[in-house]
Ligand binder design. Structure first.
Ligand code: ZN
Length: 261
């Protein structure tokens, strides 16, 4: 059996200082009880948080997460009883959700020594919810680890942020983004435009590639450019008419055209 590269720290491009700090804490068996990963949307907070959670729960002997132990396989399937992942859908994370998390971990027996709670977009916790969480951060259960993500530490109550080890994610530089896009299979002729528009945020780059694959307006733009090159200029007027009827997506359509020109 081989390691699943998708679960490994070394498969995350960039954020070197954070990776060094987290893998060091795992190796020395010095994982703290609360972490906060801060950065803009698309910067990779969830990937770092999930990989760190896997590493904390991993029972492999060597590099963690190993990707092959029972814990790693359960976390990959999102079935690990010692990992809870809270993702606010819309609106706030209320005090009931925090109490539910605590009840779950109080009632369900542990598979291993550690337990991890990931709270994404944790600034969506209401003040009451943050205060309820604060009690757990002040008097942590042994082996319990809280991993929060937020756009910035300042978006949380200072009492919460000050009890977390805070790590700020930085945008990828062009070299890192090129490596990331290559790994994701981005066509080489698209790489410069994706780098420019995604502003070093891998999540945004993935979104752009997704739109490339599924956006019918982009396909239409490609066919118009093709027609113009063949001297069939009337296609441009058809395209303009179509674009004008898509009020909400006007900016997206203009971006497609700009990329081509
Ligand atoms: Zn493992």
């Amino acid at each position: 059996m081989t390691n699943n590269p998708k679960t490994m720290f070394n498969n995350i491009i960039g954020q070197d200082q954070i990776k060094i700090a987290l893998t060091g804490a795992i190796k020395r068996n010095e994982v703290g009880h609360a972490y906060l990963f801060a950065g803009p949307g698309g910067s990779g907070k969830r990937t770092i948080a999930e990989t760190f959670a896997r590493a904390i729960l991993c029972t492999g002997e060597e590099e963690k997460p190993c990707g092959v132990c029972k814990s790693c396989l359960l976390t990959q399937k999102h079935h690990h009883p010692d990992l809870m992942h809270v993702v606010p859908d819309k609106g706030n994370i209320k005090i009931e959700t925090v109490r539910e998390m605590m009840r779950y971990f109080a009632d369900v027996p542990r598979l291993e020594h550690n337990r991890v709670i990931i709270i994404e977009n944790s600034s969506r916790m209401t003040v009451q919810a943050q205060n309820a969480l604060l009690k757990s951060l002040e008097e942590p259960e042994p082996g319990h680890v809280f991993i929060l993500t937020a756009e910035s530490a300042g978006a949380l109550l200072p009492t919460i942020a000050s009890r977390c080890q805070c790590f700020k994610l930085t945008p990828l530089n062009d070299t890192q983004m090129t490596a990331f896009l290559k790994e994701k299979g981005c066509p080489s002729d698209r790489v410069p435009a994706v780098i420019e528009e995604s502003e070093g945020l891998p999540g945004h780059a993935c979104q752009m590639m997704e739109e490339d694959t599924h956006d019918p307006l982009r396909d239409l733009a490609v066919s118009v450019i093709d027609d113009i090159q063949k001297g069939k200029r009337s296609s441009l007027f058809d395209f303009a008419e179509k674009a004008a009827s898509e009020d909400d997506r006007g900016i997206g359509i203009m971006k497609h055209l700009l990329r081509f020109f």
